[in-house]
Design a protein around this ligand. Structure first.
Ligand code: PBG
Length: 335
């Protein structure tokens, strides 16, 4: 028989973990449906919802189905959606001309959602990648070897004003061009859209985890060419100070909400941005984060519901006030 071993402890933190009730009382971070923004993909025509192969449970929706989905999300308490267009490749060119068409898919989608579900908050991306044949977020320079910053920003300003006119509540520049937040703010104000907010993708990293999204919107065309890399505008995943600097610049230029993207691998950056601003901080749990959890769950290696919850809890605990996530609907339903 081993002798009873006794510690003389004043602190026994396990006391507060003893019962479910005590654990609930001492819970520090709680997810709620209003924390989520649901990214949704829209296509033209009347096609049935088409599942994105690398994103189980995520569909490209025609406008009528998109409206239904917005209604369902709102009913579950999800207050906002971020809309992304999947364009017919024939509409794409090197300049992304279709982005400035008053009747382009995304603007028709926004008008339809606003008319049918006016209470839902709509975000739209301000970036050219769904519209360019090369898949870059902007237009190329004369040498065709880089995205041209200022000319791109000029186009983004026009896009933002068109989106505001269509009824978007929050425009979200995801392009990472220098000076775009300030320029978009001035363009919106000059056009009378002083109430339209800007969610700045402030710290957007050049991530390998965007793959499934590029399949979803068909922006991966440049794959295999020397133009594939977005490294001249998106952040180096190695850089923390540079990310904080981007957030500081965007706030000074007039951003209303600052975003970090991806989320799960960049929790330190979420915390850093939370500490340098008093504005709301958003984080985008991106397509690859979603795909990873699904793939492992499919193999029977992870428990989907548990890891889904834990992944989002970690993002909120790190300091995100708002989370863009493809899990938004099922999480809201589960909470
Ligand atoms: C580009 C954009 C990207 C995402 C949203 N807007 C990816 C990219 O830079 O290619 C990714 C979202 C996701 O992976 O879920 N403007």
């Amino acid at each position: 028989m081993s002798e009873a071993f006794k510690l003389d402890l004043t602190q026994r933190p396990r006391r507060l973990r003893r019962t479910a009730s005590l654990r609930a009382m001492t819970e520090e971070t709680i997810l709620r449906p209003a924390d989520f923004i649901a990214p949704l993909f829209v296509v033209d025509g009347k096609a049935k919802p088409e599942e994105i192969k690398s994103m189980p449970g995520v569909f490209r929706l025609c406008i009528a189905d998109l409206v239904k989905e917005c209604r369902a999300l709102l009913k579950l308490g999800v207050p906002a959606v971020a809309l992304f267009p999947k364009l017919d490749p024939r509409l794409k060119d090197s300049e992304g001309t279709e982005a400035l068409n008053e009747d382009t898919l995304i603007l028709r989608a926004v008008r339809a959602v606003k008319a049918a579900v006016p209470e839902i908050t709509i975000l739209t991306d301000v970036a050219l990648d769904p519209y360019t044949s090369h898949g870059h977020d902007g237009v190329l320079n004369a040498a065709q070897d880089d995205v041209e910053n200022d000319r791109t920003v000029g186009i983004l300003c026009k896009m933002a004003v068109m989106q505001a006119r269509a009824g978007v509540d929050l425009v979200a520049p995801s392009d990472m061009m220098d000076g775009r937040v300030g320029a978009i703010r001035r363009a919106l104000d000059a056009a009378g859209y002083t109430g339209t907010g800007i969610v700045a993708y402030s710290a957007k990293f050049n991530s390998g985890y965007y793959g499934p999204f590029r399949d979803a919107v068909g922006s991966a065309q440049a794959a295999g060419t020397r133009l594939l890399s977005k490294a001249t505008y998106q952040l180096n995943p190695a850089n923390r100070r540079e990310a904080i600097n981007e957030a500081i610049l965007d706030e000074a230029e007039g951003a209303d909400i600052l975003m970090v993207k991806p989320a799960g691998m960049y929790l330190d950056i979420i915390r850093d941005v939370r500490e340098i601003t008093r504005k709301p901080v958003a984080a985008y749990q991106i397509s690859g984060e979603y795909a990873q959890i699904h793939a492992a769950a499919r193999l029977g290696w992870l428990d989907l519901a548990r890891c889904r919850h834990e992944s989002l809890l970690a993002i909120k605990r790190a300091g995100a006030d708002l989370i863009l996530t493809y899990f938004a609907k099922e999480m809201a339903a589960a909470l």
